[in-house]
Design a binder for this molecule. Structure first.
Ligand SMILES: Nc1ncnc2c1ncn2[C@@H]1O[C@H](COP(=O)(O)OP(=O)(O)OP(=O)(O)O)[C@@H](O)[C@H]1O
Length: 293
């Protein structure tokens, strides 16, 4: 087994020889991720792609601390992840808001809970603190393109796109250095999805959090990412879990078909072929590198 290497703080996320397997029947285990090594530097916008069931969400849950790896370890900002969400904001596909709280209540809950425990709220400073948190919540709402009056609504009174805007605002209220997003735009109609992609890129350009974003959509990945990771299952050699089949830094973040034409289409093809199997991806990349020499 590889020794755990000490991660530096500048390395925002350090995934060290992580394997994940689940019980499959009485005696067997099914390997989902197989000895994954991945270093993500502070400020990178990493998009994780891969075919359905290859373990993208599993990897994100491990970074979040919702689950522990079967083998290996994950370090976030220099600390081994041992509990949920230490320093990470998280936006899932949907249903992340508390249905019995207003939008404002949802936004204020995190900072209030982190700032004052229940008895501490009787102290004189709490009211002023609460006013500051409320002002910040309104600023976040407006930053997300929502109205102040939306603050009084309950989640069920909002469209799916508005709910996801609130979910992102909620995650940003805690000023996370790391934002984990799991198919956060997948349930939205194409127009709303495009506008949220633009908004997320703007937020990233303004404050440069580290973002790890899981999606099925290759065009979305190329528009958002500074780095694309493709997970693909192994199919030979008696191993079955997924490994990193492609790890690609993009010279041009914010790529789109409109601006990059054939280069964009070639990259989409390359990524999609690499996601079809780990071994074939390795062979494909070796062939391409041989041709380039
Ligand atoms: N707690 C669990 N117990 C057993 N199996 C699990 C558990 N969590 C995930 N799996 C299995 O792990 C595999 C990978 O799941 P995961 O959701 O990470 O894949 P994914 O790449 O995100 O898929 P999709 O793109 O379809 O969302 C699946 O086969 C899933 O059934």
């Amino acid at each position: 087994m590889a020794l755990s290497t000490a991660p530096t703080v500048a390395t925002s996320i350090h995934v060290d020889q992580v394997s994940v397997s689940y019980a499959a029947g009485k005696r067997e285990r099914k390997t989902i991720l197989d000895e994954i090594d991945l270093d993500i530097a502070a400020g990178e916008f990493v998009v994780v792609l891969g075919e359905t069931g290859c373990g993208k969400s599993t990897l994100l849950r491990m970074i979040l601390g919702q689950e522990r790896p079967t083998k290996g370890a994950i370090h976030v900002a220099g600390r081994t992840v041992e509990r949920v969400g230490a320093g990470c904001g998280y936006v899932p596909q949907k249903y992340s808001l508390f249905p019995d709280r207003t939008v404002l209540g949802n936004l204020m809950m995190g900072p209030e809970t982190a700032g004052y425990h229940i008895l501490g709220r009787l102290r004189p400073g709490f009211r002023a603190f609460r006013r500051q948190v409320r002002d910040k919540a309104y600023q976040q709402l407006e930053r997300m393109g929502l109205q102040r009056s939306d603050g009084d609504k309950y989640p069920h009174q909002l469209s799916g796109g508005m709910q996801q805007r609130v979910a992102i605002a909620q995650a940003l209220m805690m000023k996370p250095k790391i934002l984990l997003m799991d198919e956060a735009f997948s349930a939205l109609d194409p127009g709303t999805r495009t506008s949220l992609q633009r908004m997320l890129r703007e937020i990233w350009l303004e404050t440069r959090p580290t973002i790890v974003f899981v999606t099925h959509n290759t065009a979305e990945a190329l528009f958002l990412a500074t780095r694309i990771i493709v997970l693909a299952k192994q199919t030979t050699g008696g191993r079955s879990g997924a490994k990193i089949a492609l790890d690609m830094r993009l010279p041009d973040a914010g790529m789109s078909l409109k601006h990059h034409g054939q280069a964009f289409l070639d990259l989409v093809d390359h990524i999609e072929l690499c996601s079809q199997g780990f071994e074939s991806a390795v062979e494909r990349i070796a062939n391409l590198e041989g041709t380039a020499r």
